[in-house]
Write a new protein. Structure first.
Length: 312
């Protein structure tokens, strides 16, 4: 373990000048870094399917005042549960992260926090997430509890499958069904199809992300779709982009209301994925990271238009 004077003041792959490094109290910074608060893109990618679910529910059933609270609850829940998921991921990956250049400066492998402290932080975040979850409809509560199994399994997926991005997608897009159920009190076909679409989208963007680590992953035996697809990544990712858009089109159609507005948002989402594919350079880590982060904008385009379709 590194001495206090050797501990890094930043995490290597965090955005430069992020608020944690520049504005957070120094004593809080290791814990916020453990939750990836210095890299909000993960929170966005967990939150956006929740907002899709609210939009689909409003399209199917019309807006309700409770939708405002569902949106707020999902936002806070995504923030703390993404932090809990990242904490759990770093606990399970602490020995692997120490061997990868991009991750060895994270709080656990760098010694900024102890393993015992990380477990305590994990429990604290889960308790906040539970408090938020309990304010929602009973169906949504059960959906939230069920999601914990997916969160627990994901960090181990890269040890036994070339498709860990599938497990990430299962967990990260669960919110589309949870938020829909919070509005409707039940699940319908539309959010389930949107969940599968989200899984395809996650394979798309997380494969782009994983191309940053293909050399280190090969050395230590970590599996990923980036390594599996190799030079064929652009072509295969184009297929997953098309699959994502087609499945989302089905999900929107199943709501049966204000479809034109929904499809307009889907067109913007599809155009953004096409732009990413056009600029994708698997061997350029900085480009991969920039494209990965841009998926916030892609998801926001669709979320905005689904919300408009549900409100009008």
């Amino acid at each position: 373990m590194q001495s206090r004077t050797e501990r890094p003041d930043t995490v290597i792959d965090a955005p430069k000048g992020n608020w944690v490094d520049t504005a957070a109290p120094p004593a809080w910074r290791p814990w916020l870094r453990l939750s990836r608060a210095d890299r909000p893109i993960g929170t966005w990618l967990l939150l956006l399917p929740c907002w899709w679910g609210i939009g689909l529910a409003m399209m199917a059933d019309g807006p309700r005042w409770v939708d405002l609270w569902i949106a707020i609850a999902c936002t806070v829940g995504a923030l703390v549960m993404r932090g809990a998921g990242c904490t759990w991921n770093d606990i399970t990956d602490r020995d692997i992260d120490n061997k990868v250049a991009r991750t060895r400066s994270r709080p656990l492998p760098s010694g900024q926090v102890t393993l015992r402290g990380a477990y305590g932080w994990l429990v604290a975040q889960c308790l906040v997430g539970l408090a938020i979850l309990l304010t929602l409809d009973g169906a949504a509560i059960w959906m939230g509890v069920a999601s914990l199994a997916l969160v627990a399994i994901y960090p181990f997926a890269k040890r036994f499958t070339w498709w860990p991005q599938v497990f990430l997608g299962l967990a990260f897009n669960w919110g589309v069904m949870l938020a829909y159920a919070a509005h409707m009190g039940r699940l319908d076909a539309a959010p389930v199809v949107a969940w599968v679409a989200g899984i395809a989208w996650t394979i798309f963007y997380d494969t782009i992300y994983a191309h940053q680590d293909v050399e280190d992953d090969a050395l230590i035996g970590v599996k990923s779709t980036a390594r599996l697809f190799g030079d064929n990544s652009p072509r295969i990712l184009a297929g997953f982009a098309v699959l994502t858009v087609l499945l989302l089109a089905v999900a929107i159609s199943l709501t049966g209301r204000n479809l034109l507005m929904g499809f307009a948002g889907l067109a913007g989402f599809a155009a953004h994925l096409a732009w990413q594919l056009q600029n994708f350079q698997p061997e350029q880590g900085a480009v991969c990271l920039r494209l990965f982060r841009s998926n916030r904008d892609a998801g926001l385009i669709l979320a905005l238009f689904l919300a408009l379709a549900g409100l009008v």
